[in-house]
Ligand binder design. Structure first.
Ligand code: SF4
Length: 495
């Protein structure tokens, strides 16, 4: 999908007006949150399991160049062709060449965020006019409607049954029905025809295993197995941080991903693919390719603090703990990574200027990091993005904040460190606000206008400091008065 995080505010305004959607999102958050908490709690030692997944991801980052080389060596030995793409354009162009080389006319796909990241479907359709069908039911529905996925495991979870039925009537000639079983049956028949006729299957990669040169794919519908075994050619795309040292590590990550995401001990299907079809084998592709995508990740990797963002295993658990995501849904994030996952990844991959509102909208409540199985420190990262934006950063496309804003914050920082200055400044602001509007300041000047356009600021009668000082004085007077009364009566003992 085309990235448009710059539209965060208008999209947010549209989304928060959908009150039914907010209720629904809160239910989704509560249900997935409950399922994953219950499923993680069933592990023999949930804390140890989390520590282990954090350690595995740290090991991957600490040894990333070596693990990638090891993966490539072993994959090539298995007969897989490994191709490296520096950015989205190169990845798309590599896959386009493969489509041409293998005379591909029909492609089926497994649901994959990385293909959304490089906007592969549009590219191949525009450049070559090939037919591409998503194999995942929800993804197929959003593809047919031309809208972005709403949720990482439920791309069409925000659509009602009537909308889904009508989409299928319009696109695959299904007879209108609202019966879920019948709908699934129609889609199954339709997709099986596509799988049977496809020349190429394209998937993502959940984990790549360095020691065996294999890729591991997890799913619940079986469509990925179709895409990886029926067509002549299989192309898997992975971002370069998706590697694990060995199968034990990789499967632990997969387990944590499914427990944290859908609350399943493991997804219904797990495929470990170690190469194309061997001579004499009936199933599997004749050719298998793995495209390893950088797309800005090497730049992130250079910074030993920022690189923790690459630990993300795309489980989506953080979304169930995020008040912004649960209110506005996925669309305002404007890219394939919604919720806190997008808040930490998109600014580094797309640049801090374009994603300004994504990380500025964060409340810094820390709900996300308290549940993250990869141990990412979201709050510290977001603080860092804001600091980088304030000061400007060439590597991550951040233009320095305007001098007025920087000076205003510097002034504020000086004032809050000095009690006298702070009190006088607050009194001045109060005087200014109070003299403009009575009771409420509903229209503030200059850069504060966009804030007051949506909120009224109650102007307190007195500052907290004054209230506190008066309270102390009153208490002191009351104490003195009580003591004087006691003196007059000759003290407590004489009562
Ligand atoms: S940031 Fe953490 S919780 Fe969120 S998707 Fe990534 S690994 Fe999962």
């Amino acid at each position: 999908m085309k990235a448009h995080p710059q539209d965060f505010i208008p999209t947010m305004q549209t989304e928060v007006a959908k009150t039914d959607q907010i209720t629904f999102m809160n239910q989704v958050g509560a249900i997935f949150g409950y399922l994953s908490s219950a499923c993680l709690a069933q592990m023999e030692d949930p804390l140890k399991a989390r520590e282990q997944s954090i350690a595995i991801r740290e090991n991957t980052l600490n040894n990333l160049p070596f693990l990638l080389e090891e993966f490539e060596r072993n994959a090539v030995q298995n007969g897989i062709e490994v191709l490296w793409a520096a950015d989205a354009a190169e990845a798309c162009s590599i896959i386009k060449d493969l489509v041409v080389k293998h005379d591909v006319h029909l492609i089926t796909k497994g649901k994959s965020m990385i293909s959304e990241e490089i906007d592969l479907n549009h590219y191949l359709q525009e450049e070559l006019g090939v037919k591409i069908f998503e194999g995942d039911l929800g993804e197929l529905i959003v593809q047919m409607r031309g809208i972005p996925p709403f949720h990482i495991v439920g791309p069409a979870i925000n659509l009602n049954v009537q909308q889904i039925a009508q989409t299928l009537v319009d696109n695959i000639g299904m007879e209108y029905t609202e019966n879920a079983g019948e709908i699934a049956g129609h889609v199954r028949n339709f997709l099986r025809q596509q799988f049977a006729g496809a020349d190429m299957g394209i998937t993502g990669v959940n984990v790549a295993i360095a020691s065996t040169g294999s890729i591991v794919l997890a799913e619940n519908e079986g469509n990925i197995r179709w895409s990886t075994s029926a067509p002549r050619v299989h192309v898997a795309i992975m971002s370069l941080e998706k590697v694990a040292a060995n199968l034990t590590d990789g499967l632990h990550i997969l387990e944590m991903q499914s427990r944290s995401c859908t609350g399943q001990g493991i997804t219904s299907y797990v495929s470990v693919l170690s190469g194309p079809r061997d001579e004499g084998e009936r199933d599997g592709p004749e050719k298998m390719y793995v495209v390893i995508l950088d797309n800005g990740r090497s730049q992130i990797y250079q910074d030993t603090f920022l690189r923790q963002a690459l630990k993300c295993i795309r489980c989506g658990r953080c979304g169930t703990a995020c008040p912004i995501y649960l209110t506005a849904g996925a669309y305002p994030y404007g890219w394939c990574y919604p919720g806190p996952m997008g808040t930490i990844l998109s600014p580094l991959l797309l640049g801090l200027d374009d994603t300004y509102h994504v990380y500025e909208a964060c409340t810094l409540c820390g709900g996300c990091e308290s549940v993250c199985p990869a141990g990412i420190k979201h709050v510290e990262l977001i603080h860092r993005y804001r600091a980088m934006k304030a000061e400007g950063d060439k590597n991550f496309k951040a233009t320095k904040n305007p001098a007025l804003e920087r000076n205003a914050f510097k002034g504020w920082a000086t004032a809050v460190k000095n009690p006298v200055l702070f009190r006088n400044s607050v009194n001045m602001i109060r005087y200014f606000l109070g003299s403009r509007q009575e009771g409420y300041a509903s229209s503030l000047p200059g850069p504060l206008k966009s804030w007051s356009d949506h909120r009224d600021l109650p102007v307190a009668e007195k500052t907290f400091h004054r209230y506190w000082a008066e309270l102390q004085n009153n208490m002191e007077s009351a104490r003195r008065e009580a003591a004087a009364q006691l003196d007059k009566k000759g003290g407590l003992d004489n009562e």
